[in-house]
Ligand binder design. Structure first.
Ligand code: F6P
Length: 343
């Protein structure tokens, strides 16, 4: 009898998910296995909501942003019985395996469903934040940074014309990867990341110098930074207990501080969800495709409780538990590397 894989995408969407879905469906076909789409992340498994997912549904989605399956930040372990429902619906839908594509939260649920309910689950790492341990890169990140670099360079053009300092706030949650690489790749003059408190004095004195030299200066700010002297208020939390960062406005506050300290006119832009839409870059199309194919192969060889990962240039299987144990944040060496270019 032909086997059936259920595929779901959870958490924030990102470019590369559709290539990954496509890779999994197409490779599963080679193994004589069919796939079905589970809609809107874990919510879809709780409610047994599926969509057909054959080769004809995926052959031309490699260049499409978002996820054709929909997504949500539902945590079935938050409400009584929802995790049990996932296990029951797994059976009811006639599934032989589940491929969960997500970040630390979605894959954390996958790890628990494997451990506590013995569900045959395989994970696929995705997140524009690039903060998942056990894999060198996650798809979505390259596209997000590519878009942010384009925005940063446009800001510098207008900033130079008006002799202003420009501040770009980017996403990235509790890891500064997006901000850091955007700053390096756009030749920015400073970067603020959540891994280190902002050194206002050093930043402003450097920006004054940079502005004298270039008639503009560019600062990249990550959304979850701590500004010295500011207390983090009681912000709303999602199902996984993460702060909803959408209303923090750290970019605005950094811009105000810079303007006050340097007395140079300063403007700010927040790129937000623009970073998460649009066609995936070629890197993300290929990485997504490879991860999807690897996941289908892992199902075939029964590597359950594991996640497809990129190590060097190889696709390997790693334990879901290891992958979700702790976030991959930016190490000091990378921050010092970025500073080489702040001249
Ligand atoms: O985790 C991906 C991410 O894009 C973060 O960078 C950001 O903080 C968050 O999702 C935004 O979530 P939402 O789409 O729910 O506003």
């Amino acid at each position: 009898m032909e086997k059936l894989i259920g595929i779901l995408t959870g958490g924030g969407d990102c470019p590369g998910l559709n290539p990954a879905i496509r890779g999994c469906v197409m490779r599963a076909k080679d193994h004589g296995t069919n796939c079905v789409g589970i809609q809107d992340g874990w919510r879809g498994l709780v409610n047994a909501e599926t969509v057909p997912l054959g080769v004809a549904d995926v052959f031309d989605i490699i260049n499409k942003g978002g996820t054709i399956l929909g997504t949500s930040r539902t945590n079935p372990f938050k409400k009584d019985d929802e995790a049990k429902k996932c296990a029951e619906n797994f059976k009811k839908l006639g599934l032989d395996a589940l491929v969960a594509m997500g970040g630390e939260d979605t894959l954390g649920v996958a790890a628990r469903l494997y451990k506590e309910f013995k569900l045959p689950v395989v994970g696929v790492p995705k997140t524009m934040d690039n903060d998942l341990s056990a894999t060198d890169f996650t798809f979505g990140y390259d596209t997000a940074v590519t878009i942010a670099v384009d925005a940063a360079e446009r800001m510098r053009d207008t900033g130079r014309s008006h002799r202003r300092i420009m501040v770009l706030e980017v996403m990235g949650r509790h890891a500064g990867w997006v901000a850091l690489t955007t700053a390096i790749a756009s030749a920015a003059d400073w970067v603020c990341v959540p891994e280190e408190p902002v050194d206002i004095e050093r930043m402003c004195s450097h920006l004054k110098k940079a502005h004298t030299l270039k008639k503009t200066a560019l600062v990249i700010v990550s959304e979850a930074i701590t500004i010295p002297g500011e207390k983090i208020g009681k912000e709303a939390l999602d199902d996984f207990g993460h702060m909803l960062l959408k209303e923090r406005g750290v970019g605005d506050r950094i811009a105000e501080i810079i303007e006050k300290e340097t007395r140079i006119e300063t403007r700010v832009s927040v790129i937000g969800h623009i970073q998460r839409g649009g066609p995936p870059t070629i890197f993300d199309r290929i990485l997504g495709s490879r991860m999807g194919v690897t996941a289908a192969d892992m199902v075939e060889s029964k590597k359950f409780g594991q996640m497809a990962a990129l190590r060097g240039n190889d696709c390997v299987a790693v334990s879901l538990e290891e992958a979700t144990a702790k976030l991959k944040t930016v190490p000091r060496e990378w921050l010092r590397f970025a500073e080489i270019f702040f001249k």
